[in-house]
Design a protein around this ligand. Structure first.
Ligand SMILES: Cc1cc2nc3c(=O)[nH]c(=O)nc-3n(C[C@H](O)[C@H](O)[C@H](O)COP(=O)(O)OP(=O)(O)OC[C@H]3O[C@@H](n4cnc5c(N)ncnc54)[C@H](O)[C@@H]3O)c2cc1C
Length: 551
């Protein structure tokens, strides 16, 4: 098969049209309406990403007179096991209130009480930062704004490879996941906003796509950045959640902050009014699970309020799910189970390393949202750093000219894609292969970890990387793009095992728990583990970086 190509030119290319990407595009047009902004989006911008449609809270808003950015930095530092760069988190909190007011100005609804106060919920160790939002159309509102401002959106285009010229990022190549057409975008700056690695471990249900986070996020941004030479960090923090069994949909913040009870399997009520995921995980690991959320004691009005959020704003499919299971919150409880393990900068501590300007360690490359590390920034972090990335990329674009893509690299890429398409003889379908990779990730990359398991992980991932080019038949463009996704998952597993081997301690609760180094050791390990590509593209170089404190 021949891969046709078309070339487009942009001041800023954004890869990933989710929360951070949409906000970056809007901001880029606000600061300079005449600049050309192009988005590659693997799905469709109207419904893609963590906010498939709506969302029920902005998890971090420092409302003046109630909390402060300084308190947020203190509080989030506790929630991150100490691994947090203060300046980026401070900046995010400082811009969080103006961001919320801007969204409100766009018609997004943030409920207030009779006195006009916003509804604030406590989900952090200190301070009420979680601000309730009731907006079932959040994603469509953002997407329409992006299109209305004249950004050029390429839906169903997966960012494949960054173009690096003379040490700076000068665009990227994407592939249309239905036609195989290559889109070569020459850009002065690139912003990566393509989420974390949602498809990493396997969910209990065994469904490849039945994951908590958006299943289109397969660590492509981590892969593109790493292969181009940018530094990434926090890959040892393999995260999972404890939420609704089998559907892996969110509800903890929504129910517990509104008076629901959390019970263990022995019917013992969890006393803590805002239990952390880590304390729930601990209970589960004491063989006291499954935990349950119980609302039977709540007044009808409260249950209705919760149903209203769960069945409209966040994931409306929950209504059908509970009906199908015969669960009514007035009479029955909601069973919770651990989700699959995943990698994420927004809920977790994994990402492309960025500074206060959303700048990566590669000139011309910016990153925002779950693909970058602004520890546990959630939606607030995606929005604020989406804006910052756009502002900084605009300024960079004013100082730099467009590059011309290196045709040699493009020919190499096309040759590689053709070879993959010629791979017809294997016996393992790409879906079965993905299942196997992720099963082995569960076995060897997730906690409890130890040196033996992590070395086995590296052995397996090396083998998978070879076998995917031999044993998997590629019968269509669909198979081809799944194969490219699975290769990114394999790379993420290698990065995760490498970082986990390096960090010879346990940190951030169960999420980096090493049974051979069960203690936390601040004297040696209160720092980042940084990963970077070596001169051989397969080599992962490891270094350490001190945490950045407020000056
Ligand atoms: C179920 C759930 C509930 C949440 N609830 C809340 C909440 O109530 N409050 C809160 O503050 N936070 C919440 N969060 C967190 C918050 O939604 C995320 O941190 C935030 O949306 C991340 O934005 P993002 O742009 O980085 O990623 P996303 O919004 O996921 O966007 C990534 C986009 O990149 C695209 N993409 C992926 N790979 C490629 C590629 N190779 N090329 C092109 N495009 C690509 C994807 O299709 C997707 O559209 C929740 C998250 C989840 C998963």
């Amino acid at each position: 098969m021949e891969f046709r190509e078309s070339h487009v030119y942009a001041d800023i290319l954004i890869i990933g049209g989710g929360s951070a990407g949409a906000m970056a595009a809007i901001r880029a047009k606000e600061v300079n309406p005449s600049q050309r902004v192009v988005i590659f989006e693997k799905g469709h911008i109207l419904y893609s990403g963590c906010i498939a449609r709506g969302m029920d809270a902005l998890n971090i808003v420092a409302v003046p007179g109630v909390t402060t950015p300084e308190l947020y930095v203190e509080s989030n530092g506790l929630a991150c096991g100490g691994i947090m760069d203060e300046p980026v988190n401070y900046l995010m909190a400082r811009r969080s209130y103006p961001m919320m007011k801007k969204l409100e100005g766009w018609g997004i609804f943030f409920p207030r009480d009779k006195e006009g106060n916003y509804e604030l919920l406590q989900v952090h160790p200190r301070g009420k930062f979680c601000l309730a939002m009731k907006e079932p159309e959040l994603k469509t509102i953002l997407a329409k704004r992006v299109l209305g401002l004249g950004c050029q959106v390429f839906n169903r285009v997966m960012g494949l490879q960054l173009i690096v010229e003379e040490g700076r990022v000068a665009g990227a190549v994407g592939i249309n996941i239905r036609t195989g057409e290559l889109i070569v975008c020459h850009a002065k700056a690139v912003i990566l906003t393509c989420g974390g690695t949602a498809r990493f471990g396997l969910p209990n249900s065994g469904y490849l796509y039945g994951v908590y986070d958006f299943p289109g996020n397969t660590g492509d941004g981590y892969g593109m950045a790493f292969r181009a030479g940018a530094q990434v960090t926090g890959f040892e923090y393999t995260l999972n959640y404890y939420i609704i069994k089998d559907i892996n949909a969110p509800l903890l913040y929504i129910t517990l902050t509104r008076g629901a009870h959390l019970l263990n399997a022995m019917d013992v009520h969890f006393e803590d009014s805002h239990p952390s995921l880590q304390s729930i995980a601990l209970e589960y690991r004491k063989d006291l699970g499954p935990m349950r959320v119980s609302m039977k004691h709540l007044p009808e009005a409260k249950i209705k309020e919760i149903e209203d959020i769960l069945f409209s704003t966040e994931r409306p499919v929950q209504e059908r799910f509970f009906a199908g299971r015969g669960i009514n919150f007035r009479t029955g409880d909601i069973e919770l189970w651990p989700t699959e393990f995943y990698l994420c900068g927004g809920h977790g501590l994994t990402g492309i390393f960025v500074d206060e300007k959303a700048t990566s360690t590669l000139p011309g490359l910016y990153a925002a949202g779950d693909v970058s590390l602004v520890a546990r920034g959630h939606l607030s972090g995606a929005f604020v750093f989406g804006e910052i990335a756009a502002e900084e990329a605009t300024e960079w674009g004013q100082r730099n000219t467009l590059g011309t893509s290196d045709p040699e690299n493009l020919e190499d890429l096309k040759r590689d894609l053709r070879q993959r398409m010629d791979q017809k003889d294997g016996q393992v379908s790409i879906e079965e292969f993905e299942y196997k990779v992720r099963r082995l990730i569960d076995d060897y990359v997730t906690p409890p970890k130890n040196e033996y398991k992590l070395k086995m992980a590296l052995w397996w991932m090396e083998r998978f990387q070879k076998e995917i080019r031999e044993k998997v038949p590629i019968r269509s463009i669909h198979d081809l793009f799944k194969m490219l996704e699975v290769e990114n998952i394999i790379l993420c597993a290698r990065l995760s095992a490498t970082a986990s081997l390096e960090r010879q301690e346990s940190r951030w609760g169960f999420w980096h728990y090493r049974s051979d180094y069960p203690q936390k050791d601040d004297s040696k390990w209160l720092k980042h583990i940084m990963l970077k590509r070596g001169s051989d593209p397969e080599e992962i170089q490891v270094s350490h970086r001190p945490l950045t404190r407020m000056r």
